[in-house]
Design a protein around this ligand. Sequence first.
Ligand SMILES: NC(=O)c1ccc[n+]([C@@H]2O[C@H](COP(=O)([O-])OP(=O)(O)OC[C@H]3O[C@@H](n4cnc5c(N)ncnc54)[C@H](OP(=O)(O)O)[C@@H]3O)[C@@H](O)[C@H]2O)c1
Length: 247
Amino acid sequence: MDGEWQGRTVLVTGASHGIGRAVAETFASRGAGVVVHGGHDEAAIEAVVTGIRATGGRAWAACADLGRADACRDLVARAWGEAGPLAAAALCHGIVRRGGWPDVEEDIWDEVLAVNLKSVFFLVQAMAGRMREAGGGSLVLVASMRALEGAPSSPHYAAAKAGVVSLTKSAARAYAPTVRVNAVSPGYVETRLQAGLSPEQREDIIRGIPLARIGAPAEIARSIVALAGQDFAYMTGQTLLEDGGRI
Ligand SMILES: NC(=O)c1ccc[n+]([C@@H]2O[C@H](COP(=O)([O-])OP(=O)(O)OC[C@H]3O[C@@H](n4cnc5c(N)ncnc54)[C@H](OP(=O)(O)O)[C@@H]3O)[C@@H](O)[C@H]2O)c1
């Protein structure tokens, strides 16, 4: 639907880098004001905000580690207070801490589950309630193909992402009909999460992808923005797998 984001405001978490940054820039290019959230890297957040403003867009910076419920509530309250009401939010923050079954210690389990799953619950709780009171809104969560296929080298990460798929269903039912909640499960995407791959590992990965390449952040971003919008007005509780055909 042309022009639907013009004059509206959205929150994008994890927008200082990678997929979230591409989502923030895509929303901005379509006329939305964007609350640009990042976890720690204030310079990267400012760079995204400055880039959006340089093209005539509206943007606000927000830095918060989302590993605690109060930080999630505080981010939503600040975003709503400074830029709201928010028409949509895309929750793109996340961390990977690799480690197989024998290696994952309790602190790593807790960190990965707190940042990748607990935060999603408390952000949705804070956001969807406000959106319902304001008359409507749309949330898009970011899970992973690992939610479906598991990950022997990161079982804690895969479990957190499976939890995000489950929260998508639960939230969609809880907040319907005023708020829609959907998710995207990316496969391999060209962000700093893939920066440590050796050429051999990269070739091996690409051999397993029918579309024969790693995805671009902008491709995932277009799907996230589309799911948030009115073209998907009759869809809620769904998770879109976007992995080049890998699974
Ligand atoms: N790239 C892939 O192949 C892939 C595949 C499947 C799913 N995903 C998922 O897609 C999402 C985005 O990943 P990406 O590849 O774009 O990663 P990325 O480039 O590393 O960006 C991650 C973002 O999350 C933020 N973040 C990290 N720790 C945080 C914390 N404790 N509190 C709040 N924010 C925090 C980062 O901010 P700071 O840097 O400022 O801390 C950054 O903005 C994640 O949920 C990831 O699990 C990615």
